[in-house]
Design a protein around this ligand. Structure first.
Ligand code: C2E
Ligand code: CA
Ligand code: CA
Ligand code: CA
Length: 278
């Protein structure tokens, strides 16, 4: 190794080596995780604001990494995207979500599940085929599945993406835009995509009841979505006063700690059965 603090340059190099090493370690651990089933899907209820009923759930990946506890996706999804593992992880997520819907159906629980997609997944030519195959193997209607896309995914290769989304829409799969408001797309532009839903990013919901600007943004998104015939889900709802405002603005659905944090599949089933029988 290098001798003690010779100069800045050396120090910088040393840091880089360390970071690279940690990256390689994490990459290896991700490969291992796929092989050894260390991933798990958690589910967060999506609640109809008018009826108070759970009408769907968002699947959120977790990594039960030995010696590290539950690792959140923010810590490994970006790396999985960079090192090319996101395709396999994404396939696993779709497969697992479909298997879960199938077993919930057997319990009499009909829930739509939303799955988060990465740009690279949509770019694989077999994506639609894989998806159709998954749905049919688990004997599911395609409208039970919702795909969450980000504005940046949509804006990437617009014409190609429109074609692909039209195909998915014709299959009957629901399409929503995640983190809406944080990207650069305009609502008028979005008209070109066959979307079903916008999800208002939690950054606008957080201070909705204290920050006038955030309240106006939420109200505007909701009323414009209405004219485009899109449903709206608010994310990150933690307090009753946030929910009250969203209801007043005509928002359709919400997710957030106020109702429940993301939970394991069995827990979600328990929550939903209880909620439906109330
Ligand atoms: P996201 O899709 O925007 O998911 C919402 C995040 O907000 C989740 O974090 C969720 O646990 C958190 N959340 C939910 N309710 C509340 C609340 O009331 N307050 C606050 N402060 N947070 C709340 P999580 O599970 O850590 O996921 C982070 C991101 O990782 C997701 O953001 C999504 O972009 C990505 N991700 C998760 N699962 C997958 C996956 O299977 N595939 C891909 N490609 N990305 C995934
Ligand atoms: Ca999402
Ligand atoms: Ca549709
Ligand atoms: Ca989101």
């Amino acid at each position: 190794a290098k001798r003690n603090g010779r100069n800045r340059y050396q120090f910088y190099n040393h840091q880089l080596d360390r970071e690279q090493l940690e990256r390689v370690e994490l990459e290896n651990a991700l490969f291992h995780a796929l092989k050894h089933q260390e991933f798990e899907l958690y589910y967060q209820p999506q609640v109809d604001i008018t009826t108070g009923l759970i009408d769907g759930a968002e699947a959120l990946i977790r990594w039960n990494r030995p010696g590290h506890g539950m690792v959140s996706p923010g810590c490994f999804i970006p790396l999985a995207e960079e090192c090319g593992l996101i395709g396999e992880i994404g396939d696993w997520v779709l497969e697992q979500a479909c298997a879960q819907m199938h077993s919930w159906k057997a319990k009499g629980l009909h829930l739509r599940v939303s799955v988060n997609l990465s740009a690279l997944q949509l770019e694989t030519p077999e994506f639609c085929h894989h998806l159709a195959d998954c749905l049919s193997r688990y004997d599911l209607e395609s409208d039970q599945l919702e795909l969450e896309l980000t504005e940046s995914i949509l804006m990437k290769q617009v014409d190609q993406t429109i074609q692909l989304l039209e195909h998915l829409d014709q299959m009957g799969v629901h399409l929503s835009i995640d983190d809406f408001g944080t990207g650069y797309s305009s609502l008028s532009y979005l008209k070109r995509f066959p979307l079903d839903k916008l999800k208002i990013d939690q950054s606008f919901v957080r201070e909705i009841s204290v920050d006038q600007d955030d309240a106006i943004i939420c109200r505007t998104i909701i009323s414009m979505a209405e004219t485009l015939n899109l449903k709206v889900t608010a994310e990150g709802v933690e307090y009753p006063d946030q929910l009250a405002l969203l209801a007043e603005f005509g928002c359709h659905q919400y997710q957030g700690y106020l109702f429940s944090k993301p939970v394991p599949a069995d827990e979600l089933a328990r929550l939903a059965l209880e909620n439906h029988n109330e």
